[in-house]
Design a protein around this ligand. Structure first.
Ligand SMILES: Nc1ncnc2c1ncn2[C@@H]1O[C@H](COP(=O)(O)OP(=O)(O)OP(=O)(O)O)[C@@H](O)[C@H]1O
Ligand SMILES: [Mg+2]
Length: 243
């Protein structure tokens, strides 16, 4: 089933600070789209706008989920999660003093997800065998890579159709970044997800991207219709890929 999201001309910010200006982008069913940008250009703000955490001041966000179109603008975060959109936040945002299993269970507050909590937990443990082994360990004592897996697992507990992932590479050693990116590709395929991933690690993000956008100072500066188009763009090669 087609699960897609369309962002149409949104403005968003904090108080008098305007961060996003006229941002439009689209993630079609089953795609992995990357939102590329360096520090402070508005990637997290866009993710939060989709989730209703930083409500847009103008523009419109709509999602098509299991064949039904919903306006996300104006809805609460809980409602948006309940429709089937989940965010893996930047910096993981786990509960360090709760166990792995408790952190996962907290991801299942969506009513539909609660009904399937045991199945989803079993799915998570199957997708991340390390989490099953460590189910009683305190989240705060897991390594950075394990914590990122836990954050991904927690998002899966809401049985999302559309998964937003905000800078999964942050704070991870290069080998873990590449493993995390591989895992995201695997999850996307296994659960048939539609994925929007924000990253500033251009080469790693482009490994799994179908296409992507570059955001600069809160505006979409470039849209690549394929990963190749992004990889081969002269400005991207010069400024972001260091080639
Ligand atoms: N809560 C806030 N209050 C005021 N300004 C904020 C707030 N959060 C972010 N900003 C500002 O919004 C701009 C965009 O920040 P945002 O976090 O969206 O960028 P980002 O692309 O995710 O950066 P990073 O790669 O560092 O995570 C920055 O100038 C930032 O200082
Ligand atoms: Mg960010």
């Amino acid at each position: 089933m087609d699960n897609s999201i369309v962002i149409d001309g949104i403005d968003a910010g904090y108080g008098s600070v305007r961060v996003l200006e006229g941002v439009s982008l689209e993630v079609r069913g089953g795609e992995t789209v990357v939102l590329l940008g360096t520090n402070g250009n508005g990637k997290s703000t866009l993710m939060k706008s989709i989730m209703g955490m930083v409500p847009p001041r103008a523009g419109r966000i709509t999602a098509r989920i299991d064949g039904v179109t919903h306006h996300l603008t104006g809805r609460t975060t809980e409602e948006i999660v309940d429709l089937g959109v989940a965010l893996v936040p930047e910096g993981r945002r786990l509960f360090p003093r709760l166990s792995v299993e408790e952190n996962l269970l907290l991801g299942a507050f969506r009513p539909k997800a609660r009904a399937q909590i045991r199945t989803n937990l079993a799915f998570c443990f199957e997708a991340f065998p390390r989490l099953a082994e460590r189910r009683s360990q305190l989240a705060g004592s897991m390594s950075g890579g394990e914590q990122q897996m836990l954050a991904l697992g927690r998002a899966l507990m809401s049985a999302p159709r559309i998964l937003l992932i905000d800078e999964p590479s942050v704070g991870l050693a290069p080998v873990l970044v590449s493993r995390t990116i591989d895992k995201i590709r695997e999850l996307k395929e296994r659960y048939n997800l539609t994925v929007l991933m924000a990253e500033q690690n251009f080469p790693q993000a482009l490994r799994i991207a179908d296409r992507g956008y570059v955001i600069v100072h809160g505006r979409i500066e470039f849209e690549g219709k394929s990963a190749d188009e992004l990889n081969n763009n002269d400005l991207i090669r010069k400024f972001y890929l260091g080639l």
